[in-house]
Ligand binder design. Structure first.
Ligand code: GLY
Ligand code: MN
Ligand code: MN
Length: 483
């Protein structure tokens, strides 16, 4: 879904391409866009999403688009020819010249004229367009190996530009965060025992749609927060459950927001839930307080690990000194993921480019359970946007894992910890812009104080009264008895 409440001036895209052309020393660059991906037959595709690098340099969201950038940033856009049949089925599209004007491209041609050439290019995620780009450059581009099969100079230039956000990008992300806040607040207001996780998800995504936005990633709406990427199943929410909602709208030009809040279905945290919530919130705030240029993001992660380890030790679930436990990775039994990631045009920004984009030279991924899931290990720079999303989870699978039990031994009170299973999980996730001397929390308007959340939960109409009949039980018609 396109939601260009904010128009980026064509000169901005042209300037980004000039910077790229300069880094390439005049070598022509091919940026290929995605094609629609079929679900079950060709004319029934998944919702379309453009390649993020093409979006960054052109903002063109049209399927099947491509561009070639030459010396000085001279750009030729390639688009499908407009036909009467397309206009009949899909509506009339702007002309090729009109699309070129939106991004300041010098020329626009039918995509059938895109000829093979000695282009620098990068693999992209969508298979058909990636195969087309491979045939144009005469070698196999592999999205699972962008560093190995893409052009290294181009890759480094794109990573350098896409790592930090300019004014237009921050504005687009603020819009996305605004819609996400509206969705989360509506969901809190509508939550009560008896409604379903999928009704809450429908409500959130409906609110995004009211703002002209879709989702930046599949929403996580579940009372089983311990399943990290669990999704709504239609389960009825019960008093005593915690509802974990990780849902972010995708704003203008494809910019992501990524926000998690966790709240009690009943409207009141139990004393144990409140303790866990306060510990996760303390970790979230302590990590955010560290965010500023020059700080290693791994230290932002370790700060959350320390705060959570202290709480786990107070509750009798960990044993030992805090730094030793963190070094050993004992906290990861309960906080198994990294504290977050870069955020931009992709929700895990530039994850397609692998650790070459996300780990600084000389820093390798840890093979320790937990730390190995840290998605970013670079020094923060002004203009980066990162998420800060600590959480605590009680997963039976992890608590019973023989390898972890063997390695961590007495550092974890395994039997006591198992008694906490059923609490699920609590995560609190914010989107944080690195500023010149600190940070600006783009998701700040989404409530996260415990008393604010308790006041909001259940205070509005349930989903079925807000958006009937989405929450109504499916009523089968009377069909009689088989004769
Ligand atoms: N929503 C996916 C994540 O938080 O990383
Ligand atoms: Mn995230
Ligand atoms: Mn998230």
């Amino acid at each position: 879904m396109s939601a260009n409440q904010h128009q980026i001036e064509p000169t901005v895209f042209a300037a980004r391409r000039r910077t790229l052309a300069e880094a390439m020393g005049g070598r022509p660059v091919l940026l290929m866009g995605h094609r629609p991906v079929p679900r079950n037959y060709l004319a029934n595709p998944f919702p379309f999403r453009q390649d993020s690098t093409l979006l960054y340099y052109t903002g063109v969201e049209e399927a099947g688009a491509a561009c070639v950038i030459e010396a000085g940033g001279h750009t030729t856009l390639y688009l499908h020819e407009r036909t009467a049949a397309d206009a009949l089925w899909h509506g009339e599209l702007p002309s090729l010249a009109e699309v070129a004007a939106t991004c300041g491209a010098e020329e626009a041609r039918p995509v059938t004229e895109l000829a093979p050439g000695d282009y620098a290019t990068l693999p992209i995620a969508e298979a058909a367009a990636n195969a087309h780009a491979s045939s144009l450059v005469g070698r196999t581009l592999d999205p699972a190996d962008v560093l190995g099969t893409g052009d290294r100079t181009l890759l480094d230039a794109v990573i350098a530009q896409r790592s930090t956000r300019d004014w237009d990008e921050v504005l687009a992300m603020r819009w996305a965060c605004f819609a996400s806040k509206e969705g989360h607040v509506a969901a809190m207001e509508a939550t009560r025992p008896g409604t379903t996780d999928s009704a809450i998800q429908a409500l959130i995504e409906g609110v995004f749609a009211l703002h002209g936005m879709g989702t930046a990633y599949p929403s996580i709406v579940t009372a089983r927060g311990d399943v990290l990427h669990g999704h709504a199943t239609g389960a009825t929410l019960k008093r005593g459950d915690l509802l974990l909602v990780d849902a972010g709208a995708e704003g203008p030009y494809g910019y992501a927001s990524d926000i998690t809040r966790t709240w009690p279905v009943s409207g009141t945290f139990t004393p144990r839930q409140a303790d866990v919530y306060d510990a996760v919130l303390a970790a979230n705030e302590a990590s955010i307080a560290l965010v500023k240029p020059g700080v290693n993001y791994q230290d932002v992660h370790l700060e959350s690990a320390r705060v959570l380890t202290a709480a786990l030790r107070d509750w009798g679930l960990l044993r030992g000194d805090i730094d030793g436990l963190v070094e050993q990775g004992a906290h990861a039994v309960f906080f198994p993921h990294g504290v977050g990631h870069l955020l931009g045009l992709d929700v895990h920004d530039m994850e397609l480019f692998g650790d070459h984009a996300l780990y600084a030279p000389g820093r390798d991924r840890s093979d320790q359970f937990g730390l190995g899931y840290l998605r970013l290990n670079r020094d923060l720079e002004e203009g980066m946007v990162v998420t800060v999303e600590p959480g605590l989870y009680w997963s039976s699978a992890i608590l019973r894992d023989p390898a972890l039990r063997e390695r961590l031994g007495d550092s974890v009170e395994w039997v006591v910890a198992e008694q906490w299973v059923g609490l699920g999980g609590i995560r609190i996730e914010d989107d944080v812009l690195v500023t010149a001397d600190g940070s600006d929390i783009l998701s700040e308007a989404t409530p996260k104080k415990r008393d604010e959340i308790e006041e909001l939960v259940g205070s509005g109409l349930p989903p079925k009264d807000r958006m009937s009949p989405a929450d109504a039980k499916c009523q089968l018609p009377e069909v009689g008895v088989r004769g």
